[in-house]
Design a protein around this ligand. Structure first.
Ligand code: PRP
Length: 200
């Protein structure tokens, strides 16, 4: 049976292809959204949409970040942690911000659920400001006091004069599967897992 795999566009995507399908050459360009051969159909989608396709069973399995997985908490099996896509989910802000307890902190983020949970556990009242991207802009222009966002190399924070205040979690790539498809295509998924490159 053909195995349908959803892969994330963006920085996880090309590495995912290399871990799963090397030495097959990377087949996607800017516009092409699917790849198919005898064994696999690959869908090329936004990282958070990987979970939508897998949850719906359109993709049998897929790869996304642990950060996105924990944020959206979908009904999928977490079948394997993968050794790439390492990054930190952090609270960051300008060097002069004081996180005085009791005050309501304005928090801009693409991760509203994880941010809410983190500050609740730490007894900090917040006002959430959901954004879709370029979150680092928010504290610079006064939309928020801090951000909750991903840091990989740190260059975006540095370029915008922001610093890490707290680390919430470490993230990495995760392989997930639709529960029903995991039963139906167990052997195909095992074959894919066995073929995953072991070294970075
Ligand atoms: C992510 C993240 C940070 C940046 C961090 O954004 O939200 O902005 O990467 O990476 P760095 O530490 O290596 O600089 P992404 O590039 O996915 O784009 P976005 O801001 O539009 O969400």
């Amino acid at each position: 049976m053909t195995l349908t795999v959803a892969l994330p566009k963006g920085r996880l995507g090309k590495t995912s292809w290399e871990y799963l399908f090397d030495p097959m050459p990377y087949p996607f360009d800017d516009r092409k959204l699917t790849f198919e051969n005898d064994a696999y159909k690959v869908l090329w989608v936004k990282p958070s949409d990987v979970l939508t396709y897998v949850e719906a069973g359109i993709a049998d399995c897929g790869i996304t970040g642990l950060d996105t997985l924990n944020e959206l908490n979908p009904q999928v099996y977490r079948i394997k942690a993968l050794p790439y896509g390492m990054c930190q989910l952090v609270v960051a802000g300008p060097k002069k911000v004081s996180e005085s307890a009791g005050a309501t902190l304005k928090v801009a983020t693409k991760y509203p659920n994880l941010a809410r949970k983190y500050f609740k556990e730490n007894g900090q009242k917040i006002q959430l400001i959901p954004l879709q991207g370029s979150v680092e802009l928010a504290p610079i222009v006064g939309l928020s006091d801090v951000i909750v966002d991903i840091v990989e190399t740190g260059s975006t924070l540095k370029a915008n004069d922001l610093e890490v205040k707290k680390t919430i979690m470490t993230s990495h790539a995760m392989m997930v599967a639709n529960p029903a498809k995991h039963r139906l295509k167990f052997n195909e998924i095992q074959t894919l897992l066995e073929n995953i490159r072991k070294e970075p």
